[in-house]
Design a protein around this ligand. Sequence first.
Ligand code: SF4
Length: 183
Amino acid sequence: MRIQEILEAKCPPATQDIKLNTENRNSTIENYMYGPLNIDHPGDYWTKAAKLWDTTEESAKESLCGNCVAFDISPRMEKCMPGKVSDEHGKLGYCWMHHFKCHSARTCETWAKGGPITDNDISLDWGKRASMNEENVPTNPSKWSYWKGQAKKKFDVYPSAYANGWAAKMYKKAGGGWKTKKK
Ligand code: SF4
């Protein structure tokens, strides 16, 4: 574990700034259907989500922030959360895709399986990719640009963790690499 790095890592700005967090949350509601607003009374939210994902309501209800690849509830992130993080429905975590504190019982259009993030090292890697402490730059920008373009064509939703992950995988397969640049 990179203890020194973890100690020095910054908290995501939205965890410390209510206005920024609210702006990012509202933008995710507006553009990516973050919800349901009222977990106890979801209205037709899950019917719409099932339609969007071409699945059943039962299945849609299993695709939650709580098991999304971008949902960070690592110990280091929990320290960034001001105040209470849990309620009777679940808990708050940090969404690395849309940069706000989201709730484990909600979801959004760009949900991708593979979460939650419970490990400090993985949280740090997401932080780096989000360009908080340093910037990851491709060693071959034209190749990276090509695979990003392919991801835009292949996936209905772009950017998303899934589409970005795919582009990064293909870029790496094609011999591309990354280098870090201090901000
Ligand atoms: S990307 Fe994942 S963690 Fe972020 S709001 Fe959407 S479902 Fe939740």
